[in-house]
Structure formats: structure tokens, C-alpha cells
Design a protein around this ligand. Structure first.
Ligand SMILES: Cc1cc2nc3c(=O)[nH]c(=O)nc-3n(C[C@H](O)[C@H](O)[C@H](O)COP(=O)(O)O)c2cc1C
Length: 188
């Protein structure tokens, strides 16, 4: 039997919080990846300035270049993010705004999968659909289904370790990664 093409995925995390629940989801992804898929964290946008065309004119900040290059170097990006005020967290939007100014634009033609969550029941779905809209302009290739929306995300983590332990959630995520790997191999 032939082996599928090995692929590399990068995770873009929408929360900077030290104890981020989405950070726990992100840490679980490498262990849930199907055969032939390696997943690692992309550099954080923590040190990005707020987007300002004057800063851009003086030179692209190093952390922006770093993230853009890391996105270009992977076969696909998994965005794991909470929802802030019914939309995409400002830090993540700012990061997308910055990298969208670079050439070659890192998201153009790049397969993207989205995972959102929330401490409430709506699971970040509004942020997820706003993110899909943003990705249209960035010309990314966003996986349609299965969608990953993790409601009451705090209850899906192990109380002692803080890691993602809920088997149903882990199973759904594994299915999305399988679908995403097939999608990347098809369109990437
Ligand atoms: C500024 C702000 C806005 C928020 N807005 C929403 C929201 O619109 N919908 C929602 O479900 N949760 C909202 N939350 C709650 C987040 O789901 C919760 O803080 C979650 O833990 C953030 O993810 P993290 O643990 O990965 O940082 C908001 C939190 C913050 C700090």
C-alpha cells in the first residue's frame, strides 16, 4: 500500500493567556494527528505592534516576518481561537492584518482549518464565521467541514493537568485533522 504524502501543519493560536483553554486544545493537536501529518505551533503574535502603515513603511517588524515565513513554510494552518465580543480576538485580527501586507501573501492559496471554543455554549461560532469571511479576502482555502466548535471548553480539560481530556472532543478533532490532511493533499 502506498503511503500518503507527508504534510506539515502549523497552529495559529488566537489567545495569549498563559492558562488559555485554547492553548490546551492546540497542545493536543500533535497527538491527534493522523499518520504522515506533523503539527507544530507557529510563532506567537504577542510582540506584534498594532498595525500602522507608517510602521510598515519603516520596515516590517521582525515578529511579523517570522510568522509570515513560518506560514509559508507549512502545508496548512490550523487556527485555534476563542471569540471576543462575538468576533475574532483583536490580537489575532491584528496579526492577520499584518501578514496580509506581505508579499508573497502567506495565506494566498494556503489550506486553513478553524477550531473555536468558548466557556459558554455557543462555542465561538460567531468568531469562526467572521474568520471565514476574513479568509476570503486573504484568498485562503478554508476547510468547510467538519467544523470544530467546543462549547464549555473549560469542562473538556483534565482538572489536574489542564490538558484536553474529553474523549468526544478529541475524537471530533481527530476527524477534522483527517479531513484536513486529505484536503491539503488534494488542494495544496
Ligand atoms: C474581551 C473578551 C470578550 C469575550 N467575548 C466572548 C464572546 O463574545 N463569546 C464567548 O462565547 N465568550 C467570550 N469571552 C469569554 C471567552 O470564551 C473566555 O475568556 C475564554 O476562556 C477565552 O479563551 P482562552 O481560555 O483560550 O483565553 C470573552 C472573553 C474576553 C476576555
Amino acid at each position: 500500500m502506498s503511503h500518503p504524502r507527508p504534510i506539515k501543519l502549523g497552529i495559529l493560536l488566537g489567545s495569549l493567556r498563559r492558562g488559555s483553554f485554547h492553548g490546551a486544545v492546540a497542545r493536543a493537536l500533535p497527538g491527534l494527528a493522523p499518520d504522515g501529518v506533523t503539527i507544530s505551533q507557529l510563532p506567537s503574535f504577542r510582540d506584534f505592534p498594532i498595525y500602522d502603515a507608517d510602521i510598515q513603511a519603516e520596515g516590517i517588524p521582525g515578529p511579523v516576518e517570522l510568522l509570515a515565513e513560518a506560514i509559508r513554510s507549512v502545508d496548512g494552518v490550523v487556527i485555534v481561537t476563542p471569540e471576543y465580543n462575538y468576533s475574532v480576538p483583536g490580537g489575532l485580527k491584528n496579526a492577520l492584518d499584518w501578514v496580509s501586507r506581505l508579499q508573497p501573501q502567506p495565506f494566498a492559496g494556503k489550506p486553513v482549518a478553524i477550531q473555536s471554543g468558548s466557556i459558554g455554549p455557543i462555542a465561538g461560532s460567531r468568531a469562526q464565521y467572521h474568520l471565514r469571511q476574513i479568509m476570503v479576502f486573504l484568498d485562503a482555502l478554508v476547510l468547510n467541514k467538519p467544523e470544530i466548535m467546543i462549547g464549555t471548553i473549560q469542562s473538556k480539560l483534565d482538572e489536574t493537568t489542564g490538558e484536553l481530556s474529553d474523549e468526544t472532543t478529541r475524537g471530533f478533532i481527530g476527524k477534522q485533522l483527517e479531513a484536513f490532511a486529505a484536503y491539503v493533499r488534494k488542494v495544496g
